[in-house]
Design a protein around this ligand. Structure first.
Ligand SMILES: C[C@H](O)[C@H](O)[C@H]1CNC2=NC(N)=NC(=O)C2=N1
Length: 101
């Protein structure tokens, strides 16, 4: 789960997830911008993201710009993207669908 993935596998996982993208071609980071109806909704989302991150022991970079939350993920220990990045991103998608409905 924490072994660095080959590019072909990364591309496959991104296609399956289809809402996240590489920060840029060849990047070791995947990212996703989440938009909310209010600032407090964005904060509620971030609180849930924090809980998931602790449960997964995998923590994203979190940027909060008013109603837009940007999450960025990489596996520092592995020095690149791992299955854990994609599993955690998928859980963030579940949280988003619950918070924003
Ligand atoms: C497993 C490692 O020792 C650290 O405890 C965890 C914490 N959260 C982490 N988060 C991310 N994004 N990458 C990591 O490698 C990582 N490692």
């Amino acid at each position: 789960m924490r072994e660095k993935l080959e590019k072909a596998v990364v591309d496959e996982r991104l296609a399956a997830l289809n809402t996240w993208s590489l920060e840029e071609e060849g990047s070791k980071w995947i990212m996703r911008k989440y938009r909310f109806s209010s600032f407090l909704q964005a904060i509620a989302f971030v609180k849930e993201v924090a809980q998931v991150s602790e449960a997964m022991n995998h923590h994203p970079m979190i940027a909060i710009d008013y109603r837009v939350v940007t999450l960025r993920l990489t596996s520092w220990v592995a020095g690149g993207l791992t299955e854990l990045d994609f599993a955690t991103a998928a859980k963030f998608e579940q949280v988003y669908s619950e918070v924003e409905g």
